[in-house]
Design a protein around this ligand. Structure first.
Ligand code: GUN
Length: 284
C-alpha cells in the first residue's frame, strides 16, 4: 500500500480562502481581524515561523504587527507591550513565540495575555476549558491535525490513537482533542518502555517529539493514519520529520509530509483563531 498524502498546503489554502472572505465581511462592518506576534531573541527557526505567520495574515487580509526584542531585553518591557496589546481594539490575537530566552518565566508571560486574545490557547484558564471539553481557542497545531482527519474522513471514534510527545504545545492538547473525539488515547514519551509496541497498535499515530526519523516503518500499523509534527534540520540542511517518511508511506494509509504537512496547517488555524476572536469582538 502507498499512503494517501495529507497535503497541508492544499488544505490550508482552501481554508484560508474562506477566512479571507469572512475577514472582508467583518472589515465591511469596521472590524479587521488583527494579530500581534511577539518575538524575543534571534532563534533562526522562530524567526522563520514568525515571518510566515505575519505573511499569512497579510494574505488573508488581516492586520498584523510584529514586535521583536533582543534576547537580553528586560521582562517588564515585554509585559508592558502585552498590556498595551490587551487594551488595543485593533488586536484580536496575541501570540508570544516560544521558546522564550531562559531568563523569562514563560508561564507568567503567557498568563499576561488577555484570555480572550490568547489565540494559541496556552493560558492556564484556556487549557482548563479545553480539558473540560468547551475550548475558547484550540491550540493551533493540534487543531490543524484534527482538520486533516475531518477533511480526509478519517474516523476517530473507538480507534486506538497514540501520541508520541507530551508537550504543552502539541502532545497534551492533541491527546485531549482525540479523547474528546472518541479515540482511545495513549501518550508516549521519553520514559515509555517499548515505544514500538505502542506505536504498532495505533490506528492514528501522531509524532511530536523533535527527533529525526525516530518512527521507522516497522513501528507503523498497516493502514494507519500517520501525522508527523516533527520539524528537524538534518546536517545537509534539509528538513525532515520525526517519521521515516519513505518507509512509512509504504505501510500507512494516510501520511503527512515534512515540509508541507502540519506546518502550514498550524498557521492556518492561527488565522482561524484570530478570525474567531475578531468575530466575537464584533458581536460583543
Ligand atoms: N513555538 C513552536 N510552536 C509554537 C506555537 O504553536 N505557538 C507559539 N507561540 N510558539 C510556538
Amino acid at each position: 500500500m502507498t499512503a494517501t498524502i495529507l497535503d497541508g498546503n492544499a488544505l490550508g489554502q482552501k481554508l484560508r480562502a474562506g477566512f479571507r472572505q469572512r475577514a472582508e465581511e467583518l472589515a465591511a462592518q469596521g472590524v479587521r481581524p488583527g494579530l500581534a506576534v511577539i518575538l524575543v531573541g534571534d532563534d533562526p527557526a522562530s524567526q522563520v515561523y514568525v515571518r510566515n505567520k505575519v505573511n499569512a495574515c497579510a494574505q488573508a487580509g488581516f492586520h498584523s504587527e510584529k514586535h521583536v526584542y533582543p534576547a537580553d531585553i528586560e521582562a517588564r518591557t515585554v509585559f508592558a507591550r502585552i498590556a498595551g496589546l490587551n487594551a488595543d481594539p485593533k488586536i484580536h490575537g496575541i501570540l508570544v513565540q516560544l521558546p522564550l530566552p531562559r531568563h523569562f518565566d514563560a508561564d507568567a508571560v503567557l498568563e499576561a495575555i488577555a484570555p480572550e486574545k490568547d489565540v494559541d490557547g496556552f493560558r492556564a484558564e484556556n487549557v482548563g476549558v479545553l480539558v473540560q471539553g468547551h475550548p475558547r481557542f484550540i491550540p493551533c497545531t493540534p487543531y490543524g491535525v484534527m482538520k486533516f482527519f475531518e477533511e480526509a474522513g478519517i474516523p476517530l471514534k473507538g480507534r486506538e490513537a497514540v501520541v508520541v510527545g507530551r508537550s504543552n504545545i502539541v502532545g497534551k492538547p492533541m491527546a485531549m482533542l482525540l479523547m474528546h473525539a472518541g479515540a482511545t488515547v495513549t501518550v508516549c514519551h521519553s520514559q515509555t518502555r517499548d515505544l514500538e509496541a505502542h506505536c504498532r497498535r495505533a490506528d492514528i499515530l501522531v509524532a511530536a517529539v523533535g527527533k529525526a526519523k525516530m518512527i521507522s516503518g516497522e513501528m507503523i500499523k498497516p493502514g494507519a493514519a500517520v501525522i508527523d509534527v516533527g520539524m528537524n534540520r538534518l546536517a545537509d540542511g534539509k528538513l525532515c520529520g520525526d517519521v521515516d517518511f519513505a518507509l512509512a508511506r509504504e505501510v500507512a494509509a494516510f501520511i503527512t509530509p515534512v515540509p508541507g504537512g502540519v506546518g502550514p496547517m498550524t498557521i492556518t488555524m492561527l488565522l482561524a483563531n484570530t478570525l474567531q476572536s475578531a468575530e466575537r469582538a464584533a458581536s460583543a
